[in-house]
Design a protein around this ligand. Sequence first.
Ligand SMILES: C[S@@+](CC[C@H](N)C(=O)[O-])C[C@H]1O[C@@H](n2cnc3c(N)ncnc32)[C@H](O)[C@@H]1O
Length: 261
Amino acid sequence: MSPGYRKNNKVKRSALTGIWQHFLDAHPEYLARHYWWAYLWRFGVWFFDHQPIINAILFGQYQTLKTQALRACMTNRPKGRLLQLTCVYGSLTPSLMKSLKDDELYLMDVADVQLGATRQKLGDKEKSRLLAARMNAEYLAYSNDAFSTVLLFFLLHELPPAAREHTLDETLRVLQPGGRLVITEYGQYPRQHFLCRWWPIRILLLHLEPFLGNFWRQDLFAVLRRHAKTYNKTLRQVDEFHCFSHFYRVCVFEVEGPDDR
Ligand SMILES: C[S@@+](CC[C@H](N)C(=O)[O-])C[C@H]1O[C@@H](n2cnc3c(N)ncnc32)[C@H](O)[C@@H]1O
């Protein structure tokens, strides 16, 4: 028996005993494997969707980041449709719906339990303005240039590198020229930040967020520009907000099409 065969079998056997397997159900493997407890397990969804918990996870920065993300989306919002790329815990979606007044909000997520939890946070009138659909962010079922604004709130650092590439590619595909992209995320690797210098916290963070290390080291703007080019679009960064000593950021980009240049 070759060592490779033995190793593969061992991986399969341990995978079979893994609780995460129960959460596969057409979810991406990384989501079930690394985040079942946070996003797919009903108890986890209930537990984490409490304001004090979310605030603690974001080291007290939730309200600031939410306010900045809403401001970035809504100030002089380009005319057209707004897409929130995946569900988020907390009051971001209800606040977005409120800011949109009579306009619709497009929302997608690969997990039904998340879409259901978001719906529950809305009143009847708001529910009728929420166009929610289950789909994978790596393969969006929207047409090219379908949206004038796309919001990503703490999604990218949770994606493995390949899934992140696909998701950003799809994001640039569905954003129309003249459109706006708002990304709320961790900042670039904050080497000097006390949370990074204190190794127990750094290790815990990277254990809970296994793809954050890769995201930290990525030049987000360069990656976005590369994907925009695929669709003959260019990207301009128009704003960037930092908080918690650059640990978090809200970036705002505008898309230009071939006719704008
Ligand atoms: C936006 S992220 C993180 C949100 C952040 N931790 C918060 O709640 O403020 C979590 C969401 O992304 C969804 N998700 C992860 N990978 C996805 C994918 N490939 N396609 C669609 N949704 C995805 C999960 O189901 C989950 O609802």
